[in-house]
Design a protein around this ligand. Sequence first.
Ligand code: NAD
Length: 496
Amino acid sequence: MTSIGHIINGEAVSGGTRRQAIYNPATGSSSYDVELADKATVELAIQAAQEAFPAWRNTPPLKRARVMYKFKELLEAHADEICALITAEHGKVLNDALGELQRGIENVEYATAAPELLKGEHSKNAGPAIDSWSEFQPLGVVAAITPFNFPAMVPLWMWPMAVVCGNTVVLKPSERDPSSVKRIVELAQEAGLPKGVLNLVNGDKESVDTLLTDPRIQAVSFVGSTPIAEYVYSEGTRHGKRVQALGGAKNHAIVMPDADMDNVISSLIGAAYGSCGERCMAISVAVAVGDACADQLVNGLKAAMANIKTGVGSDNSNDMGPLITGAHRNKVQGYVDAGVAAGAELVVDGRGLTVPGHEHGYFLGPCLFDKVSTEMSIYTDEIFGPVLCVVRAKSMQEAMDIINAHEYGNGTCIFTRDGEAARYFSDHIQVGMVGINIPLPVPMAFHSFGGWKRSLFGDLSAYGPDAVRFYTRRKTITQRWPAGGLRESAQFSFPS
Ligand code: NAD
């Protein structure tokens, strides 16, 4: 069996004795595995990054940005190859993989603006003959730890901005779908990224714990589930690191009675079931205001769901691929069972779906629940599968109170024709990313991405302008050149 290893100091290396099989979720079969780095292997990667830092820190931002221009061209030229790797290991439909890659490329485009973004601030004559300025210095070696559901995009949220800001990186992607990110790191080297600036280690908890405790790591960017995000945040900060840890979600859409229902239904079908619901911005709860609105919504969704095609991701005529693993499929199915047992109305049941010729794939058809109440586990928990829950509320305020009481605050959306209602909603909802008639309000690369509450631990969001602040440290310099022999006598008070 072949194994996927690591890339350290520009070389493909092997390291660690443990292995994990990589499955094709559409077939349930495995023909290769990934090496899980041990502590010593991760330490080699940290050392390589540490050694590459002084020269890279002093490389002009314009030259760092030029590597990103070349890298973007290579990503575009190799898009089909990268997307095939994503689909083979994650399962998502090829078109969706291309959309993921495109969002990642947009972050590379933003990173090319590094010379502009790093310009700093300057005050001439901040005091008499005194000049003062702030500059943004790189931190050193930073770590990036990423989840399975966007194997190409989430790493691209992190390391391009980290490196154009002058840092060097150890990237630890998900051990469940490591091939696309490995290919992308190879392309970054082909684009001219010097050896050691970006190092890739595949691994699991042992790698993560090494990154969280090694004193050479200055900062950690993490995206994954909330329990692990919270752990990474507390362990990393306890070891003196700057940490941003993005966690899970339960994204609600409010459907107002005046909404354009055709738009609501097509939007929700894509937002709930695209990528089989394995998106941190997927809509998993629709809160319908009023019973008439709820009835219309549920009937419309049910009719539209009859047309959703579930099958292999390599066939672009399918809408939904398989879930990532058999264990995850069983977990999602367990939630559906629990929802039925708790008394929610299962309007569309996707359990028991088989795809002819792919009987061992991890497929689950789309599921729709109505009359879900807020104490049910299908409501409280992030399911991360193709399950949409409809909750009925009597008023917009009740719908907003429901959303605000949830532990997560990643994304949300309101469907309405009423501008005043939309404005009130966006102003008062306790959620970090808000859509108005837009179900997946994922910020563009030139904004920043971050939820509120238990969807983000840390102070700065991912990518965009916040990334410049996260990956740099402000230094403020104040200078005076005493002229003409003028010297001040000792001053014991602040000048007034
Ligand atoms: P995960 O938390 O299982 O894994 C994320 C990373 O943490 C992986 O690199 C993994 O190797 C590592 N890890 C796993 N267990 C660990 C442990 N015990 N100790 C240390 N490290 C550990 O998440 P996942 O299943 O890969 O991804 C899905 C989750 O990510 C969902 O909860 C989803 O909402 C979330 N997510 C959030 C965002 C966001 O921007 N907020 C984006 C994408 C995904």
